[in-house]
Structures are given as C-alpha cells and as structure tokens.
Design a binder for this molecule. Structure first.
Ligand code: ADP
Ligand code: MG
Length: 268
C-alpha cells in the first residue's frame, strides 16, 4: 500500500512549481523554520541542483559531502545525508550541482521515479514534517518528490500567467496521482511576493481564490525586503529578523497548516 512507505516519517510535503523564482525555496526554508519554532521536528530535503535551500541555511559546500545526489543514486542512505542546521529541531539534506546529472544517470533505471520514496522507506526518521524543495521543472527530480510525498504545496507568485502555470502543474499532479502515487494530496496553494499596492496582485488573488477555493491558504506572503536579504546571511528570515512582515507571514502560514491538518481538499 502506498501509505506504508511513508510510515514513520511524519508528513512529507513536496514544495513544487515548475516556474523558477516563485518562492519555493523561500517557502521550504521559512515554513520549516516556523514549524520548528512551533516545536515540530522538521527536515528540509534540498532537491534542486542549485542548492539554494542549502545556502539559505548557511550550510557551506564542505558540509555537503553526502547530499541528495547520493541519496537519489542509492550511494548513501538518507540518514547519512542528514545534517543539522542552526535552527533547533530542523535538519537538512543538502544538494550540490551533481544533482543535475541524476536525470541522465537514471534514464535506464526502471525505478527512477521511486528513488526518493525508496530512500525514505529504507530509513527511519524522527520528523513531524518533511519539506522537499523542488527544482523549477516538472522533470525527474520533481516527479520523485511527488511520488515520495503525502501532499504538494504550491507557492504561486501573483503575476499575469500564474493561473496558466498552475493548470499545468495540477495536470502533472493529477497524472502522478493516477500512475505513481495514488495517495498524493493537494496541501494547498500559497500566494507569494504579494504586493498590496499592485492592482494585479489583487486581481490574481481573486482569480486564484475563485478557481481553487479553499485550497488557497488564507495567509498571503507579502513582498518583503527582509525575506530577500536573509539568504545572503545564511539564515531563514525568522532568524534574521523575527519581527518583519515576512517572518510574521511564515509563522501564520505554519499556524494555518497545523490547524488545517492533513489537507485542504483533494486535487480537482
Ligand atoms: P524559487 O525557489 O521558486 O526559484 P525563491 O524562493 O528562490 O524561488 O525566490 C526567488 C527570489 O525571490 C529569491 O531571491 C528570494 O529571496 C526572493 N523572494 C522570495 N520570496 C520573497 C518575498 N516574499 N519577498 C521578497 N523577496 C522574495
Ligand atoms: Mg528554489
């Protein structure tokens, strides 16, 4: 049964959107940090060859000897790739640029879509929440995240083509659900980089909410300069400036996630 593979890992969320720069990594880092601040044990899996989540937690290159690349290729068990972060209760599986070769290296592997799930199955962990930071594509790495996950969390930037991109992502989620992971749920959509002074933000928010209903989190993440500064200090924004609007928004998102429990609704 698909659930069996997930046993003992708390809830695994894939943070996914095939578009780059929409706030996936920022959401993975800061939602996990806010959940950890609420006393939940969290793991962030960096599944993007760019390694932005690893950099964002201040995990430097020589602390990435064992990374998500080895886990994907079954060269190391998941447990060996786990490294602590500065945030109490929050661990990380870092990524390196090697990860960009995985798609080609696994091309003949019949279990290529199940690599990450297999890695979770063969390792016991202690986490309440696992957040997988996906790369900006719907390729093999994102598919692995969707297959390993209980649910998908979609950061959506309030811009003109947001809904078109969302439809494409939802079709992929639906396809994975039909074929590879029948248990996959839609955790929800979180609107990011919201600009209250911009009419377009408001319009896109209204459209997304009427299209997706309560699958959209009430919490909206504002465009906030402290959020964009924090990664260059190797810190989640909640450690960099806990009072800023960005930190407050991620704390509120974590509260909403915990309150809503399993999922907002099934995939349409
Ligand atoms: P993705 O992982 O989807 O490519 P990122 O989370 O890396 O996107 O965000 C892209 C850029 O936008 C980064 O430089 C990040 O610091 C910045 N950013 C993300 N969210 C916000 C926000 N709410 N306010 C301001 N800047 C943000
Ligand atoms: Mg990213």
């Amino acid at each position: 049964a698909p659930e069996a593979g997930h046993a003992g890992h708390g809830r695994i969320l894939a943070v996914a959107n095939q578009k780059g720069g929409v706030g996936k990594t920022t959401t993975a880092i800061n939602l996990a940090t806010a959940l950890a601040a609420a006393g939940k044990r969290c793991l962030v899996v960096d599944l993007d060859p760019q390694g932005n989540a690893s950099t964002g937690f201040g995990v430097d290159r020589n602390a990435r000897q064992v990374s998500s690349y080895q886990v994907m290729l079954d060269q190391a068990p998941l447990g060996e790739a786990i490294t602590a972060t500065e945030v109490p209760g929050l661990d990380l599986v870092p990524a390196t640029v090697d990860l960009s070769a995985v798609e080609v290296e696994l091309v003949d592997d019949p279990r290529r879509n199940y690599r990450l799930r297999d890695a979770f199955q063969s390792c016991e962990t202690v986490y309440d929440h696992v957040l997988i930071d996906c790369p900006p594509s719907l390729g093999l790495l994102t598919v692995n995240a969707l297959v390993a996950a209980h649910a998908v969390m979609v950061p959506l930037q309030c811009e003109f083509f947001a809904l078109e991109g969302l439809s494409m992502l939802l079709r992929t989620v639906e396809r994975v659900r039909r074929t590879l992971n029948p248990m996959l749920e839609m955790q929800g959509i979180v609107l990011t980089m919201y600009d209250r002074r911009n009419k377009l933000s408001e319009q896109v928010e209204a459209d997304v909410r009427s299209f997706m209903g309560d699958r959209v989190f009430e919490t909206v993440i504002p465009r906030n300069v402290r959020i964009s500064e924090a990664p260059s200090h190797g810190k989640p924004v909640l450690l960099y400036d806990v009072r800023c609007a960005g930190s407050q928004a991620y704390a509120s998102l974590a509260g909403e996630l915990l309150k809503r429990g399993r999922s907002l609704a099934d995939v349409a």
